[in-house]
Ligand binder design. Structure first.
Ligand SMILES: [Zn+2]
Length: 367
């Protein structure tokens, strides 16, 4: 491995932000890009990458692997009253996992449809990645957080595989990918023993995974030309924010290694075909919202299987000690994959999320 650092333009006098990368293998074959803690207060992935590093140092690598061991040094320093708040930028730009350059539009001026139509798939892939690079080079951000977003996209725009490691508040391990890449997503799920794989069509926002994978089909639509979907991208949620442990990190790093072996960038066995599909549509997610303010008493744990109508939490009205707690019930059959962070909730707060088979919503991300 060799380590590199990238300095972001300074946002305030005397303050500097540095991004670190670890590189393995060499350019020329497949490229895999992995980052953790884009939401800087989501820490399980940070430890997993240390264990993955140790395993990669022992492995034979057939391409290039780029790891950004902490993807959001800006968010890492955002402490308020002793609490780290790493999901939203303290400056203007909002959620750190939104607001990436939409290369499906931005690359269009750098592409010639007729020239692309005459090329084979490998040449199209090369041409389109060159256009991505030109579009990113032309992007002139102002905010420090936008420079961070641009830098992360410059490190990953030409990757065949992008793994963006997050966690939820309290959750079982799960992943998001686009429905067009379900087969590879199922291999990832099998590698990491995930029971939940959420399949997106158009999640309605440009999160990092969407920014990496969707430009290929966005360009296909815009140019009316069949193109390869050359980047598999996933958001891998390594359980809840308190699930930081050597045991889990080692186990998850081994899971990522199994996936890297399966896709052939690391020497090792491919996965046995187990004929098990765990993917469910993002549109099948049942989100249970708090109907009023109060204190939550969860009745299920992350990973539990529930049926529609099962009580997942009781909500206690703090203004009326004589009131019966409000039962909150599952809106679909499926697996409870995430519970809300706070026991004290306001109306509209997401309490529980369930991965179900049946489409019941527009399939967009929560917030
Ligand atoms: Zn996150």
């Amino acid at each position: 491995m060799w380590q590199e650092t990238i300095d972001l333009p300074s946002a305030s006098p005397g303050s500097y932000t540095r991004l670190t990368t670890w590189r393995y293998g060499k350019e020329g074959g497949q490229k895999v890009y992995i980052q953790a803690a884009l939401h800087a207060d989501e820490w399980p992935g940070l430890l997993m990458l240390h264990h993955l590093h140790a395993q990669l140092e022992q492995a034979t690598i057939r391409g290039e692997i780029v790891i950004v061991p902490y993807a959001n040094p800006i968010g890492m320093r955002q402490f308020l009253g002793g609490y780290q708040l790493g999901r939203f930028d303290f400056d203007y730009s909002g959620n750190f996992n939104r607001g990436y350059l939409n290369l499906g539009e931005a690359a269009l001026p750098y592409l010639d449809r007729d020239a692309l139509a005459a090329q084979d798939t490998a040449a199209q892939t090369q041409t389109i990645r060159s256009a991505f690079k030109q579009a990113l080079d032309a992007w002139q951000p102002q905010l420090e957080s936008e420079h961070l977003r641009k830098t992360l996209q410059l490190l990953s725009y030409d990757a065949d595989v992008v793994i963006d490691v997050h966690c939820d508040a309290a959750a079982c391990a799960h992943a998001f990918t686009n429905e067009r890449h379900q087969e590879t997503g199922e291999a990832l799920a099998q590698s990491l023993n995930l029971d939940v794989l959420l399949l997106e069509d158009d999640p309605g926002v440009i999160a990092f995974d969407e920014a990496s994978a969707s430009p290929w089909w966005r360009l296909e639509r815009a140019l009316d030309l069949k193109l390869p979907y050359a980047c598999f991208s996933t958001t891998l949620e390594l359980r809840g924010e308190r699930d930081v442990s050597e045991t889990l990190a080692q186990q998850d790093a081994e899971g990522v290694m199994r996936f890297l072996q399966h896709i052939g960038i690391v020497d090792g066995p491919t996965l046995a075909d187990n004929n098990t599909k765990v993917g469910t549509p993002l549109a099948g997610v049942g989100r249970i919202l708090a109907p009023h303010s109060g204190l939550l008493d969860f009745k299920v744990a992350a990973g539990a299987r529930v049926c529609q109508g099962d009580v997942v939490a009781n909500l206690i009205d703090l203004d009326d000690p004589n009131a019966t707690p409000t039962p909150l019930t599952a809106t679909t059959d499926g697996i409870v994959y995430a519970l809300g962070r706070n026991h004290l909730v306001r109306p509209g707060h997401v309490v529980v999320q369930i991965a179900g088979q049946k489409a019941i919503s527009a399939g967009t991300l929560a917030y």
